[in-house]
Unconditional design. Structure first.
Length: 127
């Protein structure tokens, strides 16, 4: 197992890694819309936070030598299901390869976040 870390994404808020590579897969912990430069949420709208969350996921994947195109599964958490359409509009700009996805509302997210994105990416097979 290899621990993946990016200084271009927020540090973990608890005792876990940003991502772990094992068996040809990279499992990325959920990313909130926290700006790594400030340590604060990137705005008070789901759109602003979703943009930052997607950029944070991308930063972790880059640290693993991967990209958003390598994502095979996402799990998305919303603090309010009424934000589903707005979240989808941002999500579609980043996850153009249309990986498998689950998306649901939860009672609350850490730091008062409005959304969180967690991904599993596949390490491409070498020819």
């Amino acid at each position: 197992m290899e621990i993946i870390h990016s200084d271009h994404a927020p540090a973990a808020l608890g005792p876990y890694s940003q991502a772990v590579r094992t068996g040809g897969l990279v499992f990325c912990s959920g990313q909130l819309g926290i700006d790594p430069a400030t340590g604060k949420l990137a705005g008070d709208t789901v759109e602003a936070q979703a943009e930052q969350a997607a950029r944070n996921v991308e930063a972790v994947l880059i640290a693993a030598g991967l990209s958003l195109e390598d994502v095979v599964k996402t799990t998305c958490f919303l603090a309010d299901i009424a934000d589903f359409a707005a979240f989808n509009a941002v999500y579609a700009k980043y996850f153009v390869s249309k990986p498998a996805r689950s998306c649901f509302a939860v009672k609350a997210l850490p730091s008062g976040g409005l959304c969180e994105i967690e991904v599993v990416a596949a390490v491409p097979l070498e020819d």
